[in-house]
Design a protein. Sequence first.
Length: 96
Amino acid sequence: MVRPQRGSASIGYWVIERARRQGLATRAVALLGRWALTDAGLHRVEAVVEVGNAASQRVVETNGFRREGRLRSYLSFEDRRADALMYSLLATDLGL
């Protein structure tokens, strides 16, 4: 998803239960993040992760995303709201 800030985009993913713990999200985020910052010409890729979602936090952290802060009551679900963690990835985080 392209963000209103020029040169920025958000990345999101969801893996069905039977396909989890196989490294699919980690690999997909690695490929897309690198592509976005090189071939697509973006300067920043963001990821917003629910505070309690340790698996998604590992996915982005494994791929060099840096945690920037907590967004209170940021996520909206059918039956609740939840805090989220904002992560970002820049070309310099990948040594590019």
